[in-house]
Design a protein around this ligand. Structure first.
Ligand code: CP
Ligand code: NVA
Length: 298
């Protein structure tokens, strides 16, 4: 049987993703975690820095009884030209699952095609699905069964935004994106979707009735060469407490972190009463434990 990979949202149903979120909430509520991943080994191949993704996966698997090994890609033979496909075949015989963080989504596709164990996207230049699982779990934790009707995305149309575009279709919510001209989402990702994803002309239009207001850094890890160009272009594409006044009155503010105060958010935004970013960051741990259980045990 071929393994289930978790590379983006579009391969999964709402029911499947909701069951992971429900299990994440259940695991979060437990005082003593079950040893469901005993004798399971998780590899983490990272080309890029990480705080949350690395720690949440490593501690996540260990606290369910399994173990983890961190593999900086610069230490692997991949960095000396060993084919990704060969690495995938070898590691499939030693590990039970792999998390990969890469600036080249194609590498994830090649790796997963040659892997007989589940491969998880721990962030690529195109998608960050684990982050959106934690965001959806956070909304559920803060709002119970009320549905997400609308999300406002302010700023760069990046990998995290792309995963929101996928989630909007699966979870059937409206997604308003307010971004500078020239920095719209990848047309292939936008065009394949229903028209519940809208680019708005103004920030006010994006925020109207939004239940989640969210943003991310103006410059992602795979596009650091655009940083100086963006500083001026992105002025105004930021979130501050005044934005929350324009959203639904129950709206929560989310940010995947790390954040740049004074750029995509005002200095007070992370600590604003609407901000759930610290819960959101913690939820990476619980929801990814649920994801690992689902991919490895079902
Ligand atoms: N949000 C997120 O993925 O954070 P890290 O880059 O620290 O893993
Ligand atoms: N868009 C950001 C997310 C970091 C978690 C990046 O790719 O750098």
């Amino acid at each position: 049987m071929s393994p289930k990979h978790f590379l983006n949202f579009k391969d999964f149903s709402k029911e499947f993703l909701n069951s992971i979120i429900e299990r994440g909430l259940e695991l979060k509520s437990l005082k003593n975690l079950p040893k469901t991943l005993e004798n399971k080994s998780l590899g983490l191949i990272f080309e890029k820095p990480s705080t949350r993704t690395r720690v949440s996966f490593e501690i996540g698997v260990q606290s369910l009884g399994g173990n983890s090994i961190f593999l900086s890609s610069s230490d692997l033979q991949i960095s000396r030209g060993e084919p990704v496909s060969d690495t995938a075949r070898v590691l499939s015989s030693m590990l039970d699952a792999v998390v990969i963080r890469t600036a080249n989504h194609e590498l994830l596709d090649i790796y997963s095609q040659n892997s007989s164990i589940p491969v998880i996207n721990g962030l690529s230049n195109l998608y960050h699905p684990c982050q959106i699982l934690a965001d959806l779990m956070t909304f559920k934790e803060c709002n119970g069964d009320s549905e997400i009707s609308k999300v406002a995305w302010i700023g760069d149309s990046n990998n995290v935004c792309n995963s929101y575009i996928e989630a909007a279709e699966i979870f059937n919510f409206d997604l308003n994106i307010y971004c500078p001209k020239g920095f719209e989402p990848n047309p292939e990702i936008m065009n394949s979707k229903k028209n519940n994803v809208v680019l708005t002309e103004t920030k006010k239009d994006a925020l109207k009735d939004a239940k989640i207001v969210t943003t991310d850094v103006w410059t992602s890890m795979h596009s650091e060469n655009q940083s100086s160009e963006k500083t001026n272009l992105f002025k105004g594409y930021s979130v501050d407490p005044a934005c929350m006044e324009l959203a639904d009155n129950s709206a929560i503010f989310l940010h995947c972190l790390p954040a740049h105060r004074g750029e995509e958010i005002s200095i007070d935004m992370l600590d604003h009463e609407s901000s759930k970013v610290w819960i959101q960051a913690e939820n990476r741990l619980h929801v990814q434990q649920a994801l690992l259980e689902t991919l490895l045990l079902t």
